[in-house]
Ligand binder design. Structure first.
Ligand code: PLP
Length: 367
């Protein structure tokens, strides 16, 4: 078989090429390039998909997180608790405002933000918590929300890996004060470039985010606050509207592959992520723990299968945050995962034959 990439977007484009091309052409013909008709239409469709009153499209997921922090009034001197086991952008949004991210450990079984760890980190400076629905698996929103309510904190959801995932039957992005999405290529719903969105039910937050992303103005050339150029491009809005139609189908296929991996990889060298019964995961990444992940990645590469680590360095130990003074041992579960994690190829257009090959390779692995 040919080399199997972790994610192969070219198959998706080949399958829906005429629709994508037609959507892009329309934007060009109408020169609706920045914001405009197609970006606005996608906002309405995406809000409906998530089940919120509003969605505000932005230029990427990192900007979505930055806008969310600004809309919630986070700034210098404040602390926001974020998981150590996530993509670094979860923390950037906090840092950009001048506030300090405080890193919480993950649980040892779901690998999601640990409520017990969060509880210990709350100080008089804490303003809120950003939970991440990591690898497409919803975090324990009920427990995090209970802690937040008890201390008067906000909860923001980082949904960059979890479009359409559900916690107790409710879509992620509709649970906390604000939901932040990324449409980076390879995410469950993706643009042909960069894109993101902030979802909410508050008109006040929605209007504020619209202003922040649009250079701080409601009326052109009148700038009421310091703003940013974080608008969603029209072409991305049009492409995302096409993708959104297929997202339920893509999600079903991801879930089918995820369940096969869970059921059919029986090699005891692998530890799987736990998926609690009150959640519906969407399998953005299929991450497992193995004793020696570098060895396993090489083993798979020798069989022409690409695997990778998510993430090799937990946020609290990244050089960029050295001045915060964290050390090894501060978030032991996240550190253990970083030293043992590996992801298996998982994307909707994988053939059954490819899925079976990955399963067979995993089961034949001797360590
Ligand atoms: C991808 C991702 C982001 C950042 O999104 P961009 O669109 O790349 O800026 C933030 N958080 C998580 C968890 C992500 O996976």
């Amino acid at each position: 078989m040919a080399y199997l990439k972790r994610v192969d977007l070219s198959r998706d484009y080949a399958a829906h090429r005429s629709e994508f091309d037609e959507a892009i052409k329309k934007v060009c013909e109408e020169t609706a390039f920045s914001g405009g008709t197609y970006a606005d239409r996608f906002d309405r469709e995406f809000a409906e998909f998530v089940g919120t009153q509003y969605a505000s499209g932005v230029n990427n997921g990192t900007s979505a997180l930055h806008c969310a922090m600004l809309a919630l009034g986070v700034g210098e001197g404040d602390e926001v608790i974020v998981p150590a086991n996530t993509y670094i952008a979860t923390a950037w949004g906090v840092t950009y405002t001048g506030a300090t991210p405080v890193f919480a450990d993950c649980t040892s079984d779901t690998w999601e933000i640990s409520p017990a760890s969060v509880e210990k980190l709350i100080t008089p400076r804490t303003k809120g918590i950003i939970g991440v629905h990591l690898y497409g698996q919803p975090f324990d929103f009920a427990s995090i929300k209970e802690i937040a309510d008890r201390h008067g904190l906000f909860v923001v959801e980082d949904c960059a890996q979890a479009h359409g995932a559900k916690f107790e039957g409710r879509s992620v992005g509709s649970l906390g004060e604000l939901g932040c999405f990324s449409f980076y290529p390879g995410k469950n719903l993706y643009s042909f470039g960069e894109g993101g969105s902030v979802t909410c039910n508050s008109e006040e937050y929605y209007k504020h985010i619209n202003r922040l992303k649009n250079q701080g103005c409601d009326v052109r050339y009148y700038h009421d606050e310091i703003g940013y150029n974080y608008r969603l491009e029209g072409i991305q809005g049009a492409v995302l509207s096409v993708g959104l139609k297929y997202l339920p189908e893509w999600t079903r296929r991801r879930q089918e592959i995820g369940k096969r991996y869970l059921n059919e990889i029986t090699n005891p060298l692998f530890t799987m992520q736990k998926h609690p019964d009150n959640t519906t995961p969407v399998f953005h990444l299929f991450v497992v723990e193995v004793p020696d992940h570098n060895h396993f990645i090489q083993y798979m590469a020798d069989a022409d299968v690409e695997c990778n680590m998510h993430y090799p360095v937990p946020c609290h130990l990244q050089k960029a945050y050295a001045k915060l003074g964290y050390k090894k041992g501060d978030c032991p579960n996240a550190e253990y995962l970083a030293e043992h994690c590996v992801d298996l190829p998982l994307f909707p257009e994988m053939t059954d034959g490819e899925v079976e090959m990955v399963i067979a390779l995993c089961n034949a692995y001797k360590g």
